[in-house]
Design a protein around this ligand. Structure first.
Ligand code: SF4
Length: 353
């Protein structure tokens, strides 16, 4: 892992993006924002699985007004996503912690100035979000779908804000194509110190989207690039959060939650590893405390993995071995495993240490 790029630290509600702040995981609601009850409910479900920051769209003035109620009923920072209409931005900025808007798309300079003034007034940062699929025509003609086009587009938006003495900015350069996305972020990271929101956009359904996101973001994060991430899936937003957390955990950048090490199973398996892992992952998705659990089919690799974990199960003929803090503490049978593991996990989770 390369040392993290030194980015500017931007305050987003009670959190920060950039600088030495932990890399955060974001997601976006899929509800109608004007239905604030459903939106609040969805945000709560995202908070439960560890979402750090949430974004909602405000396509209408009515949606912008609903943000007040939403903000008052959630505990994580709220971002609003706005396209084109500066009047919606001026209403939304009163209630949110960040505005996702491209200043170059707002219209004339007076409108941009009003939005910038409001952001300064409410101390709300902006995210500039460049997307390879919606480049300015002249840049597309100059570069086609090259990463340089995204970088130049982002620099244009950045310059509009800098000319108005606004530097409270976060930038994303998303593409659905991983190599282009990686290159765009790398090029932009060399040019500025603005914090970067990483994403592979329109990544697809759960499996292909996870692979693309993990590779694209993983390549950048391993090189120290990236301050907040959003996995973008055609699936439930909760899945985006879980996968985002896993990406960060896989690189040792975050460690919250239950992390299960399990074997793929083979002819030696003495315990139903696959079912147990699924049950455990479902039952522990709301646990925040870092807990390592090993579930291993037999004694070939089981003891080694279990010794490294807080709790481990090693399948054995007859009764299986339960490890705790690296040592065998007892033998348990098939029917007890799940309950015993959950009891141990809950004990560690509720222990203040
Ligand atoms: S730990 Fe045992 S059961 Fe699991 S894959 Fe390895 S040899 Fe097979």
């Amino acid at each position: 892992m390369t040392e993290r790029r030194k980015s500017r630290k931007v305050k987003v509600g009670k959190l920060h993006i950039g600088g030495d702040a932990p890399i955060t995981v974001q997601s976006m609601t899929t509800t109608d924002t004007t239905n604030f009850k459903a939106t609040i409910e969805q945000i709560h479900s995202l908070e439960d699985v560890g979402c750090d920051i949430v974004r909602v769209s405000a396509p209408t003035m009515e949606a912008a007004k609903a943000l007040k109620e939403i903000k008052e009923n959630i505990s994580i920072p709220l971002i609003v996503d706005i396209h084109f209409d500066y009047r919606i931005a001026l209403e939304a900025v009163k209630y949110v912690d960040k505005l996702r808007i491209n200043p170059g798309n707002i219209g004339n300079s007076d409108k941009v100035q009003q939005v910038v003034n409001a952001c300064k007034n409410y101390q709300v940062p902006m995210r500039i979000g460049v997307n390879l699929g919606s480049l300015e025509r002249d840049l597309f003609e100059k570069y086609g779908y090259a990463p340089e086009a995204m970088v130049e587009s982002a620099m244009r938006h950045v310059k509009i804000l800098e000319d108005l003495d606004f530097y409270n900015t976060i930038v994303s350069l998303k593409a659905s194509d991983v190599p282009r996305m990686v290159k765009a972020y790398k090029l932009f990271a060399e040019k500025t110190d603005y914090p970067l929101h990483l994403g592979v956009t329109e990544a697809g359904s759960k499996i292909p989207g996870t692979v693309k996101s993990a590779i694209g973001m993983g390549m950048l994060l391993a090189e120290g690039i990236g301050d907040t991430i959003r996995v973008s899936l055609s699936d439930e937003p909760k899945e985006e959060v879980k996968i985002g957390k896993l990406i960060l955990r896989s690189l040792g950048l975050r460690n919250e939650g239950v992390q299960v090490t399990s074997c793929p199973t083979c002819a030696r398996t003495e315990v139903d590893v696959i079912k147990l892992v699924e049950q455990l992952e479902n039952s522990t998705e709301m646990v925040k405390k870092p807990i390592k659990v090993a579930i291993m089919g037999c004694a070939v690799n089981g003891p080694g993995e279990s010794r490294k974990a807080d709790i481990g199960i090693v399948g054995a003929p007859g009764n299986h071995l339960l490890y705790k803090e690296g040592k065998i503490v007892k033998r348990i049978n098939d029917n007890e495993i799940y309950d015993v593991l959950m009891k141990e996990i809950n004990e560690i989770a509720s222990n203040g240490n």
